[in-house]
Ligand binder design. Sequence first.
Ligand SMILES: NC(=O)c1ccc[n+]([C@@H]2O[C@H](COP(=O)([O-])OP(=O)(O)OC[C@H]3O[C@@H](n4cnc5c(N)ncnc54)[C@H](OP(=O)(O)O)[C@@H]3O)[C@@H](O)[C@H]2O)c1
Length: 239
Amino acid sequence: MVSKAVIIGASSGIGRAIAKILASNGYIIGLVARRGNQLCELGAELRAPVFVKAIDVSKPAEAMRLLRELIAEMGGVELFVVSAGTGSINRKLDWECEQETIDVNVSGFAAVVNVAVEHLQARGSGHIVGISSLAAIRGNGEAPAYNASKAFISNYLQGLRHKFSKLKLPIVVTDVQPGFVNTAMAKGDGLFWVASPEKAARQIFVAICKRKRQVYVTKRWRFIAWILKAAPDWLYHRL
Ligand SMILES: NC(=O)c1ccc[n+]([C@@H]2O[C@H](COP(=O)([O-])OP(=O)(O)OC[C@H]3O[C@@H](n4cnc5c(N)ncnc54)[C@H](OP(=O)(O)O)[C@@H]3O)[C@@H](O)[C@H]2O)c1
């Protein structure tokens, strides 16, 4: 049976690269983001059946309605990848910037995942992949809302895993925590170990195939994750 996947945040970066890998592995693809023209260009490139839906996840009610519509048009979906995200360095705590991050990464994420859960519970199985970040591990004064939003995403995904386990439902939940990936989102000075979106997508695809619960991308970022978790506050505040 052919698998069907929806990628939310497919118009650029990591989501776009994941769409390409899934399409080349035989998936029927649903492409979601705000920039419909980018999605149509990508759809024309992919040698796979493609469905396109322009959705702004920061408008939760409308986003949920449109995502349900897309799922119906595709005749059901097994795999949801939520890569849509935003974030900025925001040392001055500019409220509009904080609010945008929360609207997209927290409310928007929970809204589309809510629809995915509703659909997968009804069909009895499936897979949800959330693109969180290493930023989920610790708060950061350069971008407080971004790190907090990623902590929300990782914690939410853990909650879903707990829920499906209790319900004994075979729905896999994968928390992807990238380090730096060379996209418009990679902001700030002193970036290192920057992976291409293609390399990140390849490692995410392997994690999907292996039905992993959690994965650092690229793999070497697990060392940084270990340091971030282990460092006492006095040391972390000097980094
Ligand atoms: N790049 C990194 O270093 C890095 C590191 C860790 C985690 N991440 C995470 O990886 C994910 C993908 O980011 P990326 O690096 O691939 O950057 P990107 O190229 O900027 O991709 C962001 C994607 O999110 C979509 N998006 C943003 N706001 C949206 C909205 N309101 N509604 C619907 N879609 C929206 C964008 O599409 P439209 O603009 O067309 O809507 C785009 O497809 C993000 O969640 C990011 O936090 C990135």
